[in-house]
Design a protein around this ligand. Structure first.
Ligand code: SF4
Ligand code: ZN
Length: 473
């Protein structure tokens, strides 16, 4: 396929391109926008004017350099073999395909999408957002021939985006809801997703009914539909095999796939633990489960949480620690939907181990938190540091409260023991020699203490400056 008529180049070689704040002409969506989205819909062929791109709102010439605008994109597609079940997986390719465009950067998915177009690209003639729509359609048709016709609508105006945004949110919810109520025990096959291997080469998402892919955009139905139409593509079936450990969620078939797809880097994967051989994390997880050693509990922080989580670290710092296809016990990338799962952190104690999460996430998943735990999990509204968290957990009688109290008593006893020893007998000494220099560096004397016990309220040590003999404090 030729992209010769375009002002910029297009290809996988541009996938890793980062566009920093100083280099960007415009930022589309991202953390500065409360509402942003991307959506693929499969529609009847007669509803499509093939190749059309419509922009609703300002385009590049109307946008001031360095600014941020709302972003919504709807790609409608048709094709004989296309079905609604494929929408999620088709939609997830927007990430990869947009990153193929020289001078653009695309992060995340669904309602978290964050894009940038560089000043360089605009200088080269990338003077309309229409290019994004146009290139995406060409890439879809070239890479996925089941896409026969397509049209794109781009929104950059907040007001005019509202209805389409609300519709997208309803569609995401309907997709997520489809798989709720199914269990991992109820199926023989899980599915794999390796779409993120271009960024995290050892990462493979194991998608099960009770564990959505960690971007939150690919559930078991989505991966199954995709594997059926393109079994050699990024999604494929995984025979579960034997349950090696039901509590951990460790299956022989999953381990084999992880081993082969990670080229031997990852040989064991637990689906239901953040602490023991946890599932790897790429970079597009919606939230992170993190271990809080002070209370031996787990916290959750999501991508949209502003400021620092209860352990003092912002999402971005923990994301660096978590991502890249690594298996990091205690830092675990997840989809928000997985928080609703009955298998959520099952091996680590499930909800009984969760101590802190952002209030917005808590509100979102409230119905799936066991009723007796809802008020026992703190958010940024109740506590702002670990000391307050400990007090909160004790006050609410969180399941971890007893062990927190026990640990406190133990450390108090230890302190008393140390103090007691010092107070009772002083520090026993053998022979100690102390040299006391005389004034001006001449004379002085030596003190020899044999089996002395020294009691001191305070010890002040002052260093003498060798050259000038001046006192330094
Ligand atoms: Fe696939 Fe997982 Fe990447 Fe989502 S996060 S696109 S499920 S590999
Ligand atoms: Zn990813």
């Amino acid at each position: 396929m030729s992209f010769d008529d375009l002002p910029v180049e297009v290809g996988p070689v541009f996938e890793g391109e980062r566009i920093r704040g100083k280099q960007m002409y415009v930022e589309l969506g991202g953390p500065k926008q409360e509402k942003k989205f991307e959506l693929v819909r499969v529609v009847p062929s007669d509803k499509i004017e093939d190749g059309r791109v419509t922009i609703i709102g300002p385009d590049i010439p109307d946008i001031e350099e360095g600014s941020n605008v709302p972003w919504g994109i709807v790609i409608e597609m048709s094709g004989d073999k296309l079905e609604e079940d494929l929408e999620s997986v088709l939609e997830r390719r927007i990430h990869e395909f947009t990153n193929y465009i020289e001078g653009t950067m695309h992060l995340n998915q669904r309602y978290d999408v964050w894009q940038r177009v560089s000043k360089n690209a605009v200088k080269k003639g990338f003077n309309s957002l229409k290019f994004i729509g146009d290139i995406l359609m060409r890439l879809y048709k070239a890479e996925l021939p089941i896409v026969e016709k397509a049209q794109v609508t781009i929104y950059t105006d907040r007001g005019q985006m509202e209805a389409a945004y609300n519709e997208a949110m309803e569609i995401y919810e309907a997709r997520d809801a489809k798989v709720r109520g199914m269990t991992d025990e109820g199926v023989d096959q899980f599915y794999g997703c390796v779409l993120c291997q271009s960024f995290a080469p050892t990462h493979v998402c194991i998608v099960t009914p009770q564990r959505t892919g960690l971007c939150g955009a690919i559930n078991w139905f989505d991966a199954r539909a995709s594997a059926r139409v393109d079994p050699k593509g990024p999604n494929f079936a995984i025979e579960k095999g034997d349950a090696i450990d039901e509590s951990l969620g460790e299956f022989s078939g999953v381990n084999e796939i992880a081993d082969s797809k990670s080229l031997g880097e990852v040989t064991r994967v637990a689906l239901y633990s953040a602490m023991e051989v946890p599932h790897t994390s790429c970079g597009c997880f919606e939230a992170i489960v993190f271990y809080i050693p002070e209370v031996d509990g787990l916290g959750i922080v999501d991508r949209n949480f502003k400021g620092s989580a209860i352990n003092g670290l912002p999402f971005s710092t923990m994301a660096n620690q978590t991502g890249g296809g690594k298996q990091v016990p205690g830092f675990h990338g997840i989809a928000i939907e997985y928080i609703r799962s009955k298998k959520f952190l099952k091996h680590d104690g499930g909800w009984n181990r969760v101590v802190w999460m952002p209030s917005s996430v808590k509100e979102r998943v409230k119905d799936d938190i066991p009723a007796d735990m809802v008020n026992k999990i703190a958010t940024e509204q109740e506590v702002s540091d670990l000391e307050q968290l400990e007090a909160f957990l004790k006050e609410k009688n969180h399941p971890l409260a007893a062990s927190i109290v026990a640990a406190e008593e133990e450390s108090e006893e230890e302190e008393e023991e140390e103090y007691g020893m010092a107070a009772a007998g002083g520090m026993p000494m053998g022979t100690m020699t102390m040299s006391v220099p005389g004034a001006g560096g001449v004379g002085g004397f030596t003190l020899i203490l044999k089996n002395a016990k020294i009691h001191a309220e305070k010890v002040i040590i002052k260093r003498m400056d060798a050259g000038s003999k001046k006192r330094k404090k």
